[in-house]
Design a protein around this ligand. Sequence first.
Ligand code: FSX
Ligand code: SF4
Ligand code: F3S
Length: 373
Amino acid sequence: MKKKETDLLCAGVTRRDFIKTCVTATAMMGLPFAMHTRIAEAVETNRNPAVIWLHFQECTGCTESLLRSSHPTVASLILDMISLDYHETLMVGSGHQAEKSLHDSMQANRGKYLLVVEGAIPTKENGIYCKVAGKTAIESLRHAAEGAAAIITVGTCAGYGGIQSVAPNPTGAVGVRDIIKDKPIINIPGCPPNPYNFLSTVMYYLTFNRIPDLDSLGRPKFAYGRKIHEHCERRPHFDAGRFAKAYGDATHAEGYCLYKLGCKGPETFANCSVQRFNDVGAWPVSVGHPCIGCTEPHILFKMPIAEKVQIHEPTPPDTYAPVNLRDKGKGADPLTTGILGLAAGAALGAGAMMAKKLPKDGPAEEEKHEKSE
Ligand code: FSX
Ligand code: SF4
Ligand code: F3S
C-alpha cells in the first residue's frame, strides 16, 4: 500500500470515500470521468505543499464550514493533502511558538508555499483595525505573500471585502487582490464557500501544477462559470410565472420560485444548485430562502435581501438543448442538438453531465490532451 494511501486511511477516509470524492471533484472541474484516477494519483503522491493560512476580518465561518462540517471526508482530505503549517484557529501552539512556526515555514518553503487567506483587510488608519502578534493585517499579508507561489482566498471577505466593506466601510476593508498585485490569486467566494470548491481547486493545483482558469473576478470557472438560476429546481416555476409571495404562505410551501422574495439567483455565478451543501443535498433555495448572492461582490450585503435583482442577461435553464445564437447557421440545428442532448442525458450520469459545463473558452491544453486519449 502506498504511503499516502495509508495516511488517508489513518485519517478516517476509506478508500471508497476517497475515490468517491475524487470522482465528485473531477465532475465539478468539468473534466472527463477517467481523469479521476489521475487526480487520485496526484493526491496520493502529492508534493504535500506547505500551506500558511491567515485570518483577518471575518466570522471564521469559512474555516468552520470547511473543516468542522458534516463532510468528514472533505475535511480529512483537505488536512491530509496539505501540510498546514500555520492556521490561527486550528493550531495548538500560541504566542511566540505560533509565530516561530509561521516564520520557519516561510523560510523553509520560500517560493513554494500556498497562502490561504480568510477575512478582509482593513486599510484605514494604517490598518490598525486588525492586528495579530503586533502586526497589522496588511503587514502580515504582504510579508506572507512575498514568498508564496499562489494565494487562495476563502470566502467573499478575503476575496472582495465582504460584509466589512459595506458602506460606510468604517475600517476601509478590502480584499486581497486590492493589496497584492504580483501573485496569482484564486478567489473562492461564498459566505461561506462550498468546501468542495476549495478542495477541487487544491486538487486541480496538485494534479496540473498550475491554477485553474479564472473568470474576471478571479474565480475558478469550473465552479463559478454558471448562474445558479440555470440549474435551480424552482426554475420551472420561474418560467411559468409562479412566484412565492410571502414566507410560510401556500405559494412558499408549494416550492414556487423565490425571485419576488429577493432571490439573486438570476445574477449569481456559483454551483450551489448543483453541488449543494453538507452531503444532504441542501442549499439555501432548496430550504426556502432566497439566494443572497453570496459569491457576488456587488450583491452580497450591498443589496437588501428582499430587493429584486435586475436580470441583465437572461439565461435558459440547463435542461434546454444548447443553441449557439452567435454562430447561427454554422452549427447543428436545434432539433439535432435536442436529440443529441436527450441521448447524452440518457447515457450520462449526473457527474458526467457536469463535465459538459466547461469554461466558455474550452478546456486547457492538458485537459484537451486527456480528452483525446
Ligand atoms: Fe467572510 Fe469567512 Fe462570510 Fe464568515 O472566513 S465570507 S463573514 S462566512 O467567515 O470570511
Ligand atoms: Fe431558483 Fe431563484 Fe432562479 Fe427562482 S429566481 S428559479 S428560486 S434561482
Ligand atoms: Fe450563496 Fe446563493 Fe449559493 S446565497 S450559498 S450563492 S444559493
